[in-house]
Design a binder for this molecule. Structure first.
Ligand SMILES: Cc1cc2nc3c(=O)[nH]c(=O)nc-3n(C[C@H](O)[C@H](O)[C@H](O)COP(=O)(O)OP(=O)(O)OC[C@H]3O[C@@H](n4cnc5c(N)ncnc54)[C@H](O)[C@@H]3O)c2cc1C
Ligand code: SF4
Ligand code: SF4
Ligand code: SF4
Length: 308
């Protein structure tokens, strides 16, 4: 049976695994009225092969299980790399290593219109736009297919995404590859891309600028501190906006869960369902458990699930 009949709109997390696997290209992702990508039938030529159901995170959740894990508090020793990362800068340390070994890295970056997409980096320079947490949902496009192609070419691949995106990838691949390292960022939900678009429109109107004058956006600017971070929007030679998480309207709405995707309230990838090799999170309570490490510049919590 086709997935459209089995997964409700409020359950679908928009991972795009079904769209990537469909042999007849009869599925597509289209924006709903809040800007979230939802799966739709694009052509009526379904052959009822059932592949879309086999790769869907919503239809393949498992019972909570006991896992052997190791957990670390991690700080990147390169201060500039840590400063430009959301927490301890683990992602960029691992990504640099993968590039040095001739591998490819897949993560989330802004396109020229500040829509979030998943894309690949093959050089250290191309890693820069992938750094940092962006608080909206990324469009996976055909990245799962491309990841598989790189794996079959025996390239080392580092994939980073939300737990549901990692779960979508793992189900899409349907076997474990030794040359894949899959990292999930601990995620409490992704906000509406339409709210983000409207927010940016409002900033441009208020600051009397056009969107193409914006050069860079950081959701986790650490100029003041790691804990009280800023949302910072920069133009070519100037700061257009810099507001702390407590003052910024977009961040306040996000942190109060006002405009998250509906599936995030019943996440299919929770309880270690994602099959990630590593989880990364902000180690917010480091000052209580290891005050000797804390310098208010960012520490990551890193959880390892296997020997990889
Ligand atoms: C939407 C979202 C919600 C989060 N919520 C929490 C939380 O509630 N608690 C917590 O402890 N940590 C949360 N995190 C994770 C945390 O903010 C850091 O991303 C993580 O600790 C890694 O930090 P880092 O310094 O090692 O690397 P960073 O350089 O910050 O690397 C972040 C990595 O995540 C990828 N990424 C960024 N944005 C997205 C996105 N929207 N979708 C998919 N991949 C993305 C980037 O490509 C990069 O590879 C969240 C992250 C995101 C993206
Ligand atoms: S059942 Fe097969 S052909 Fe039909 S939508 Fe799913 S993957 Fe495509
Ligand atoms: S959760 Fe992913 S695989 Fe399942 S229907 Fe939605 S987009 Fe398709
Ligand atoms: S909360 Fe779950 S469903 Fe929502 S984006 Fe994060 S991993 Fe995906």
């Amino acid at each position: 049976m086709c997935i459209i009949n089995r997964v409700k709109t409020n359950q679908c997390c928009g991972c795009s695994a079904c769209v990537n696997i469909c042999p007849k290209q009869c599925l597509e992702l289209k924006e709903d009225k809040e800007g979230f990508l939802q799966v739709r039938l694009s052509k009526h030529n379904c052959i009822e092969c059932g592949l879309c159901e086999k790769v869907c995170p919503v239809l393949n959740t498992k019972e909570e299980k006991e896992l052997e894990i190791e957990a670390f508090a991690v700080k990147n020793t390169e201060e500039s790399q840590r400063k430009n990362s959301s927490s301890g800068g683990v992602f960029i340390a691992l990504a640099n290593q993968v590039i040095e070994e001739g591998g490819v890295v897949c993560g989330a970056k802004f396109d020229k219109d500040f829509h979030l997409i998943h894309d690949f980096a093959q050089t250290k320079e191309e890693l820069k736009p992938l750094m940092g947490s962006k608080y909206l949902q990324s469009d996976m496009k055909d990245c799962y297919k491309k990841v598989k192609n790189y794996l079959l070419q025996e390239r080392l691949v580092l994939f980073v995404g939300t737990p549901c995106q990692v779960m979508g990838l793992k189900l899409y691949l349907r076997k474990d590859y030794n040359n894949l390292l899959a990292i999930e960022v601990v995620c409490h939900g992704v906000p509406s891309p339409l709210v983000w678009e409207k927010y940016l429109e409002e900033v441009c109107k208020r600051k009397k600028i056009s969107l193409n004058e914006i050069e860079n956006i950081s959701f986790r600017n650490k100029d003041k501190s790691w804990r009280v971070f800023n949302l910072k929007i920069e133009g070519k030679d100037k700061t257009i906006l810099k507001e702390s998480l407590h003052d910024n309207l977009y961040m306040r709405g996000f942190l109060q869960n006002l405009f998250l995707r509906q599936s995030c309230h019943n996440c299919p990838a929770k309880n270690f369902n994602s099959m990630a090799d590593i989880s990364l999170a902000d180690y917010w309570s480091i000052d209580r458990f290891h005050p000797e490490i804390d310098d208010n510049k960012g520490v990551s919590a890193m959880i390892l699930y296997n020997k990889k």
